[in-house]
Design a protein around this ligand. Structure first.
Ligand SMILES: Cc1cc2nc3c(=O)[nH]c(=O)nc-3n(C[C@H](O)[C@H](O)[C@H](O)COP(=O)(O)OP(=O)(O)OC[C@H]3O[C@@H](n4cnc5c(N)ncnc54)[C@H](O)[C@@H]3O)c2cc1C
Length: 421
């Protein structure tokens, strides 16, 4: 039996491993257009390689945004602990950190790729580097092979593990969607996810490079319905908000923000609560204490205990926009003005103009429709012998190792099933 796996990312490498483990007599080929395997793995977990998450299965499913139920068989048949075990057995020792995120002990993502590559070679998988697959070929409703930059190759089984559209510089340029469409398989609309939210307010430029820790965000529609709430860290970029709280929010909002004409959708506002640990009366006491300490100064010069220095001029400018005289002596500041200050601390708002692009997105939302794929085998329901695994599928998760695990589990199931019959 001849099996071709297209794409040497997390899903493709695991598919090749599972195929060869299941059927050592099968001829398994791993075809990658880059000159190395797992280019995207190198940048996961900020280069430290977030291989998976050590939480329990119940928790796992809560961390997928799109089609979590489709993943039941895949995640149960090759779990997070199976991934850890495979990595450890092949020389990549792992450790678990905050949020149950699993990393190599080396703190280098290449330890994951090295372990997988070592095992792939040991099993006897044939790797074809710098080989771009241009098409998957069919005979009626049965896969017949692949066409690459070097010619046509017959195959009994083909596993498409080409990734999505996120971070195309790593090689994922959406080719798998084309292969699916050529086979008559539906592909749902794709959107960049786990990405920054761009905002309208020009004052964000002055906050570029600032990180706020332990803030709360609430994202509302026209100040009404709450779309998203979270607590954590937030980064200011030149024209966008980033950081863990925003990245997660983007997974919930990307479809809404990208599918509709901006003039037709409602305005979304990110309300940043700069001091969520203090209630209003504690915050008022805190202001009074600071005003006492700076009693001979103007209001604009009294926030140095409360905020990082980069934030203060922007905060003052916003206070002024609300009609507050920031040049008034702090001893003359009324209770009413303190209320305005507290309201601004609670609602340091930005209005959302959209999301960042695929170029900077961590994952793709949308992809090969899971309605067309058997969840127990990852095989197309229409075309025999054609399998899909990893980010190319219409499944996506939050940050924390869930996307890598999804790629490993679906890749493993596809490889194993393709090698069986
Ligand atoms: C910056 C960044 C940080 C991330 N951090 C994390 C994290 O911390 N935790 C986590 O779980 N996930 C993280 N992810 C997401 C995770 O890396 C991906 O979801 C996962 O790697 C997807 O694996 P895949 O094998 O499906 O696709 P990919 O890794 O994209 O692999 C697809 C492979 O197919 C190859 N290919 C494509 N088309 C062809 C073709 N026509 N012919 C031959 N080869 C082809 C590509 O070159 C590529 O090597 C991160 C992603 C990014 C971009």
């Amino acid at each position: 039996m001849k099996i071709y796996v297209i794409g040497g990312g997390a899903a493709g490498m695991m598919a090749a491993i599972a195929a060869k483990e299941t059927n050592p007599d099968a001829e398994v080929h791993l075809v990658e257009k880059n000159d190395k395997l797992g280019k995207k793995i190198f940048i996961t977990g900020k280069g430290r390689g977030n291989a998976t998450n050590a939480c329990d299965m119940e928790e796992f499913f809560k961390n997928y945004v799109t089609n979590p139920r489709f993943l039941y068989s895949a995640l149960y048949s090759f779990t997070n602990y199976d991934v850890i075990d495979l990595l450890e057995k092949n020389g990549c020792r792992t450790k678990t950190e905050r949020g149950d995120r699993v990393f190599p002990v080396s703190d280098h993502a290449y330890s994951i790729t090295d372990a997988l590559k070592h095992y792939i070679k040991k099993l006897g998988v044939e790797i074809h580097y710098k080989t771009e697959v241009r098409a998957v070929t069919f005979k009626k409703d049965q896969v017949s092979g692949i066409e690459t930059s070097y010619g046509k190759f017959p195959a009994d089984k083909v596993i498409v593990a080409t990734g999505g559209l996120a971070y195309p510089s790593t090689g994922s340029t959406g080719d798998g969607y084309r292969f699916a469409k050529d086979a008559g398989i539906a592909v749902t609309e794709t959107y960049p996810s786990l990405v920054c939210l761009t905002v309208h307010e020009p004052d964000i430029f002055r906050l570029k490079g600032l990180t706020l820790k332990n803030i709360a965000v609430r994202i509302t529609e026209d100040n009404g319905k709450t779309y998203y709430k979270d607590f954590g860290d937030l980064d200011f970029m030149e024209d966008s908000l980033r950081g863990p709280v925003i990245i997660s929010a983007s997974a919930v909002l990307t479809k809404y923000l990208n599918a509709y004409d901006p003039s037709k959708r409602k305005l979304l506002t990110v309300h940043i609560d700069l001091k969520p640990a203090l209630n209003d009366s504690q915050l008022d006491e805190r202001l009074l204490r600071d005003f006492q300490e700076f009693k001979n100064k103007e209001l604009r010069n009294t926030f140095s205990n409360l905020f990082p220095s980069q934030l203060i001029p922007v905060f003052n400018a916003r206070l002024e926009q609300k009609g507050t005289d920031i040049n008034r002596k702090v001893s003359e500041v009324s209770r009413e003005t303190r209320k305005v200050i507290i309201d601004l601390i609670r609602n340091f708002d930005y209005t959302v103009s959209g999301t960042g692009s695929f170029k900077e997105a961590i994952v793709t939302q949308g992809g090969v429709s899971v309605k067309e794929i058997s969840p127990n085998t990852m095989e197309s329901k229409k075309v025999k012998g054609l399998y899909f695994a990893g980010e190319v599928l219409d499944v996506d998760g939050y940050t924390g190792g869930f996307n890598m695990q999804m790629a490993f589990s679906t890749g493993h199931l596809a490889g194993q099933q393709a090698a069986l019959t």
